[in-house]
Design a protein around this ligand. Structure first.
Ligand code: 6GU
Length: 224
């Protein structure tokens, strides 16, 4: 999977994209992430990538030209299944959407900033608009990192068998069951006996029952 991320704040990606599983996915060659500074595609001498909104108000708007130049250049190098614009008025991200998108090979993630992007970008260049929840962030960068993380961990080979994405919360519309590790008793707080019994079938049943109980208590909407 290759992700091309277009942003006005490329430095924001330094940390999160270079740690832990996301970093390893790149060093192991399963995933390629390229960050593109929109400012490099500015056409005026001040390297501005935004401008006043026609009609007044609304603050600054990201201009169509630098975004089109950046996307066109990328499209000359490979074909993209999706050009995704991260925006609070997009479709809300969920595990099903992440699963579907994780099957794609090449995707562009466009991070909005300021008061948004020129609508012509959305009408002519963007193929999908995604939000990560009903709250407003100051830009699409954190949302792009959330989406990238959710997709990368689903790419075959990125996770080892033990931490397989198939056992994640949400994968079967159930939250994950509780987990325990050593010691078997701490300050009188005990690990459920079934987990140390060695009885595989009982353990599986206990985990499933706990997952259902947790989902009923915390997220009954998932069971509908
Ligand atoms: Cl994708 N962008 C911004 N700016 N805020 C958000 C969001 C995206 N998703 C939820 N809030």
């Amino acid at each position: 999977m290759r992700l091309d991320i277009i942003t006005c704040l490329p430095d924001l990606f330094d940390g999160p994209m270079n740690q832990s599983i996301v970093k390893r996915s790149q060093t192991k060659g399963h995933v390629e992430i390229a960050i593109h500074n929109l400012r490099d595609y500015a056409t005026n001498k001040h390297k501005n990538v935004d401008d006043y909104a026609y009609g007044g108000g609304a603050g600054m708007v990201l201009s169509v030209e630098p975004i089109d130049k950046c996307i066109s250049g990328l499209k000359e190098q490979r074909t993209y299944e999706e050009v995704i614009y991260l925006t609070p008025d997009g479709e809300t991200l969920n595990q099903r959407m992440a699963n579907q998108l994780s099957l794609n090979e090449n995707m562009i993630l466009l991070c909005g900033h300021y008061k948004g992007v020129d609508q012509r970008v959305r009408d002519h260049l963007v193929t999908k608009e995604i939000s990560i929840g009903d709250y407003v962030l100051s830009g699409g960068e954190l949302a792009a990192m959330v989406l990238a993380d959710a997709l990368i961990r689903l790419v075959p080979g990125v996770l080892n068998d033990e931490s397989s994405a198939l056992t994640d919360s949400f994968q079967d519309n159930l939250l994950a069951p509780p987990v325990y590790s050593r010691p078997v008793e701490y300050k009188g707080w005990k690990v459920p006996e079934v987990l140390t019994s060695g009885h595989e079938a009982n353990i599986e049943k206990w985990r499933h029952d706990q997952a259902v109980k947790r989902t009923e208590e915390r997220r009954p909407d998932l069971l509908d």
